[in-house]
Design a protein around this ligand. Structure first.
Ligand SMILES: *[C@@H]1O[C@H](CO)[C@@H](O)[C@H](O)[C@H]1NC(C)=O
Ligand SMILES: *[C@@H]1O[C@H](CO)[C@@H](O)[C@H](O)[C@H]1NC(C)=O
Ligand SMILES: *[C@@H]1O[C@H](CO)[C@@H](O)[C@H](O)[C@H]1NC(C)=O
Length: 361
């Protein structure tokens, strides 16, 4: 028991001091609070369980706080290990609306070690509290916004904004007062529109805390030229780099004067879904959005080096993988998927945000 008491004291010190060190390193107050809370819970559970496992007590007390802060970077690559359960609703016809979809992370060892979690409304609100979130792109991005709002708003509030949210081809902005979240959806069907928006941000020197972007479907349908798509991705990359240099400029100024800090934005790329050719609703789509063209567009995305996997700044939200695994029962038009798919993407993003806040150490 003495070990447990000592461990408790150690735990208290960690909960108190680690966030203070973080604060010194320009972490936002919200992330700090969240991190502190996560540490507290981890340690509290540890403290309560350790008396029952004397050998674990010894191991834990012999290790320093690095136990809690171990290598989570590699967890990013397991975030999409999600399994689907799609089953018919009894008595319904066999179209996609009559299937019940649910998902969970696989039970593989790395996934279990990483401890991914679906955040409830309260935790999601804590995580996002005080941040500015921008989602820019086409209808896929709009569906992501819907899923995000579904997770933080109650159904009545959600009902009241549906009309505005679903106005075709327009921006949408909202402030969720209770959690101080500002959310912008930017209608940006083409990659050029993303670049324009990034330039605008740079010009205004305003940077969102979380930026989710993606485009490609419109280009595939209306331009159908992967080479040109590749070039447009390169200009997104270029504007993101200047974005990053402005950020480091601020960072230097901030640490020199100690007066303010700008948080590095967390940036995500919203991948394209699997397009199920036979289900696409026009002949033009079936012809131009075929598998060969899809593959060439995807290749350009990887070649652009926008994504983390290829050394770029953006974490991929892999809608292709999620939609493929959910399957044909999860879409009515072979392009727009069931909310469950975008909800899974949001949970992937939340967990990536959690990993990144800890990785800042
Ligand atoms: C963390 O994990 C990644 C991927 O497994 C590895 O490349 C990296 O060296 C690890 N970092 C530390 C500090 O262990
Ligand atoms: C959000 O943060 C503010 C203070 O920054 C706090 O008063 C409020 O309770 C928080 N809300 C949630 C839902 O965590
Ligand atoms: C998006 O970009 C296209 C092509 O550059 C342009 O024609 C269109 O007006 C832009 N749309 C928006 C909403 O900015």
């Amino acid at each position: 028991m003495v070990g447990a008491v000592q461990f408790g004291v150690l735990a208290a010190c960690i909960v108190l001091f680690v966030p203070m060190i973080l604060a010194g390193w320009h972490l936002s107050r919200n992330k700090m609070l969240f991190f502190s809370g996560a540490l507290f819970i981890t340690l509290a559970v540890g403290v309560h369980l350790t008396p029952y496992f004397p050998s674990i007590t010894n191991i834990i007390s012999s290790l320093s706080s690095t136990v809690v802060l171990d290598n989570r970077t590699s967890c990013l690559s397991f975030l999409h290990e999600i399994v689907w359960d799609v089953k018919p609703i009894k008595g319904g016809s066999l179209d996609s609306l009559n299937f019940e979809k649910s998902w969970s992370w696989s039970k593989s060892t790395p996934v279990i070690t990483c401890g991914f979690q679906k955040l409830g409304r309260k935790d999601a609100s804590d995580l996002l509290n005080g941040s500015w979130i921008v989602v820019a792109g086409d209808s896929q991005a709009r569906l992501v916004v819907v899923s995000l709002l579904n997770l933080v708003l109650d159904p009545v509030e959600m009902e009241s904004i549906q009309g505005d949210l679903f106005k075709r081809h327009s921006n949408y902005a909202t402030v969720i007062e209770e959690i101080g979240v500002k959310l912008d959806f930017i209608w940006a069907p083409y990659t050029e529109n993303l670049t324009t928006y990034l330039m605008q941000l740079k010009h205004d020197r305003r940077y969102p805390d979380v930026l989710v972007m993606g485009s490609g479907l419109w280009h595939m349908l209306h331009v159908t030229d992967s080479l040109d798509y590749g070039l447009s991705l390169r200009s997104v990359k270029k504007s993101l780099l200047s974005f990053a240099s402005i950020y480091s400029e601020y960072e230097t100024a901030g640490s020199a004067t100690g007066s303010f800090s700008v948080r590095s934005p967390h940036m995500f790329w919203l991948g394209m879904p699997v397009l199920i050719n036979s289900m696409l609703n026009t002949e033009e789509k079936r012809e131009k959005m075929n598998e060969v063209i899809q593959a060439s567009y995807e290749k350009k995305l990887y070649e652009s080096k926008l994504l983390r996997q290829s050394g770029g700044p953006l974490v991929l939200l892999d809608i292709k993988l999620l939609s493929r695994n959910c399957g044909a029962k999860c879409t009515v038009d072979g392009m727009h998927y069931d909310t469950a798919v975008y909800e899974a993407a949001i949970h992937v993003m939340f967990n990536a945000l959690l990993i990144e806040s800890q990785q800042r150490l």
